[in-house]
Design a protein around this ligand. Structure first.
Ligand SMILES: Cc1ncc(COP(=O)(O)O)c(C=O)c1O
Length: 343
């Protein structure tokens, strides 16, 4: 409500896509059986199976953090560890929820661009079978990454094969999987099920939904107990039709793709305009986030009007996010202000 401009702070700052809002309104009629035994949820589950493969099981949850934590819980015992990027959401932005609720240790890998490589994972396996050490059981990657970069299908497959050859599972945090699929011009199944992902957190909130995330399970070993894990994890909500109706609309006529393509395109445009001003953009712009380095006094001046986050204070690296409803004129106004500050 503050008088500052929140457009580039996060894709969570956007409102709800009007078609999604209409879908919620339409679902708001009459009575439906609760806890997911309703017609909307049956329809949404059917669509998920079409998109991710018929063997995929899907469970809706409220937040991306819950999707991640419950996925990790399903794939681990309390003596296990999860290998992930130092910059991953599970490590940085979940207040220790994976440690607290999944009861796992996180083994983190430094990355420049948010992407981990199997050569960096190998050293963690030296402790396998030694009871003094937590036992690596999951590799967790984000697609798109927290730095706006994207793993190719081949890169995912290499990590999945490595995980499976070493008795581990591959978890994917797909809070922004739509943006990655839009960039790589592929469907959801191609980057997940076909690549050997075992369990996926799949997001809708950052791409036009009001709220609603999901856990999609491909590996049969992880399916059996998930309904109990979700309930015990306090994520089985009663009026599920409202999330299911959103996901139905999200997939209809490829709304997810239109939204993600637009957000990605706006990020590219913003990055180009920053580069044209002589600003250093630090990562490849492969989804809807732009990372750039600005002088401290420039950041301060911009912040008098705009809200955005400093991602790495040591480097003065900031993050600008674009969204399904970012407009070119928003970018122009922002760039105009920056140009005046830099003058
Ligand atoms: C990579 C990533 N994963 C997961 C999430 C989900 O977070 P939340 O629990 O806020 O829905 C986010 C949100 O910022 C994210 O950026």
């Amino acid at each position: 409500m503050e008088n500052k401009i929140n457009i580039f702070a996060s894709d969570n700052c956007s409102g709800v896509h009007p078609l999604i809002m209409q879908a919620v309104e339409k679902a708001n009629k009459g009575y439906e059986i609760s806890y997911g035994d309703d017609g909307y949820t049956a329809e949404a589950v059917k669509i998920f199976k079409e998109k991710f493969g018929k063997e995929a099981d899907v469970y809706f949850v409220f937040t991306g953090t819950a999707a991640n934590v419950l996925s990790l819980k399903a794939a681990t015992d309390t003596f296990n560890s999860v290998i992930c990027a130092e910059t991953s959401h599970i490590n940085v932005d979940e207040c220790g929820a994976p440690e607290r609720f999944a009861g796992v240790k996180l083994l983190t890998i430094p990355t420049g661009d948010g992407k981990i490589k199997i050569q960096q994972i190998e050293r963690f396996l030296e402790v396998k079978g030694i009871e003094h050490h937590s036992q690596p059981r999951v590799i967790s990657i984000a697609e798109s990454t927290e730095y706006g970069t994207v793993y190719s299908a081949r890169e995912i497959r290499v990590i999945a094969d490595f995980a499976h050859n070493n008795e581990m599972y591959l978890h994917m945090d797909g809070a922004r999987l739509s943006n990655a699929c839009a960039t790589l011009k592929c469907d959801f199944k191609y980057l997940t099920n076909d690549c050997g992902v075992d369990i996926l957190s799949f997001g809708g909130t950052k791409n036009g939904m009001m709220m609603g995330e999901s856990v999609v399970i491909f590996n049969p070993d992880l399916k059996n107990n998930f309904k109990y894990i979700r309930k015990q994890g306090m994520q089985l909500f009663s009026k599920m039709r409202y999330v299911s109706a959103q996901f139905i609309e999200f997939f209809k006529d490829d709304l997810w793709l239109k939204n993600a393509l637009h957000a990605n395109e706006m990020a590219k445009l913003l990055a180009q305009k920053l580069v044209d001003l002589g600003v250093k953009v630090t990562n490849k712009v492969e989804s809807n986030g732009v990372f750039a380095v600005l002088d401290g006094d420039v950041i301060e001046k911009l912040r008098e009007k705009y809200v955005f986050y400093v991602w790495n204070s040591r480097l003065n690296e900031v993050r600008f996010m674009c969204s399904f409803d970012t407009e070119e004129k928003d970018i122009d106004l922002f760039i105009e202000m920056l140009r005046n500050i830099l003058r």
